[in-house]
Design a protein around this ligand. Structure first.
Ligand code: GLA
Length: 328
């Protein structure tokens, strides 16, 4: 696994995408940061506030530097990072390794501001803004898995060269053949997406195609348990807890399985308005402790009869956490 000092346990935080998509602004993110603090989410461990796609100006400046979108982020990205750090939180940003981000690829956002050819410059810019977490998203049908490894490694090395500890999150699956589950990406990144995008659904019938339900993601992610270790974790995508539609039982199963699979716990709901049931699930301190155990192991499957799974996760104090999941 990457020995860059971060991601020794799965990262916890919140990301803009699941609820807000491209409709983001500094005022929204500041409000969410305030809510993460006032609801006790920060103190439960949710640290990283990740600004996903669509934060940037569609044009680089005359020196080729990335810039925030000045109408929606008028104070600039450095000021946003300062605000988050002032709240005891950490700052995450999204970029893409080729020419376009996913929103640009799908023409829902203008420009072509991917980091291709700008890796070192962009990494330095992120470090200067105080970024603590980079989500780096392939967003292209092109390239072999070998090309992906080499290209993702460029940004890994560029981040390391800045000297700032920056958690490195990659997604090789977007708009591409699903290479996420085909190798152990722990040599390249701290966390790596194993599946297509999660949606607000339990079972979409997909093996690993768009859109994935919670149950479909579990089917892909469980067999990859041997890859997890401090500094490197399978990423079964951001959580749908508290976004509506899923029942409380389904949300508890979703959260419990993410916890025992040593998944990043990145909330995707609107923290400002979450109800009591959602809070109880997301702030379950005992499940969070299992997820954050310092051995950094992912629960390994000990039995599965096609409906009922048993996963066991060894813990640092010698205990074993056991999950029984009746996915039928
Ligand atoms: C891809 C990623 C999502 C999100 C969007 C943004 O689909 O998998 O998590 O980052 O791009 O456009």
């Amino acid at each position: 696994a990457l020995d860059n000092g971060v991601g020794r346990t799965p990262p916890m935080g919140w990301n803009t995408w699941n609820t807000f998509g491209c409709n983001i602004s500094e005022s929204l993110i500041r409000q969410m940061a305030d809510a993460i603090v006032s609801t006790g989410m920060r103190d439960a461990g949710y640290q990283y506030v990740v600004v996903d796609d669509c934060w940037f100006n569609p044009n680089r400046d005359s020196a080729g530097n990335l810039q925030g979108d000045s109408s929606r982020f008028p104070s600039g990205m450095k000021a946003l990072g300062d605000y988050l750090h002032g709240k005891g939180l950490k700052f995450g940003l999204y970029e893409a390794p080729l020419d376009k981000t996913c929103a640009q690829y799908f023409n829902s956002y203008p420009g072509a501001t991917g980091s291709q050819g700008h890796e070192a410059q962009d990494a330095r810019q992120f470090a200067a803004w105080g970024v603590d977490y980079l989500k780096y998203d392939w967003c292209s049908p092109s390239g072999s898995i070998g090309d992906q490894v080499a290209t993702f490694a460029k940004m890994r090395d560029a981040l390391a060269a800045t000297g700032r500890p920056i958690l490195y999150s990659i997604n090789s699956n977007s708009v591409h053949a699903k290479t996420g589950p085909q190798r152990n990406w722990g040599d390249v990144a701290n966390i790596w997406r194993t599946t297509e995008d999660i949606q607000l659904a339990w079972d979409t019938g997909q093996a690993n195609g768009y859109p994935m339900g919670v149950k479909n993601i579990i089917d892909v992610n469980v067999p990859l348990s041997g890859y997890a270790r401090p500094g490197g974790f399978n990423d079964p995508d951001m959580m749908e807890v508290g976004r509506g539609t899923l029942s409380d039982t389904e949300m508890r199963s979703h959260f419990s399985m993410w916890a025992v699979m040593a998944a990043p716990l990145i909330a995707g709901n609107d923290i400002r308005s979450m109800n009591a049931a959602t809070q109880t699930i997301l702030k379950n301190t005992r499940l969070i402790a299992i997820n954050q155990d310092t051995l950094g192991l992912q629960g390994a499957q000990v039995s599965y009869d096609g409906t009922r799974r048993v996963l066991a996760k060894r813990l640092a104090d010698g205990d074993v956490a056991v999950a029984l999941f009746n996915q039928g």
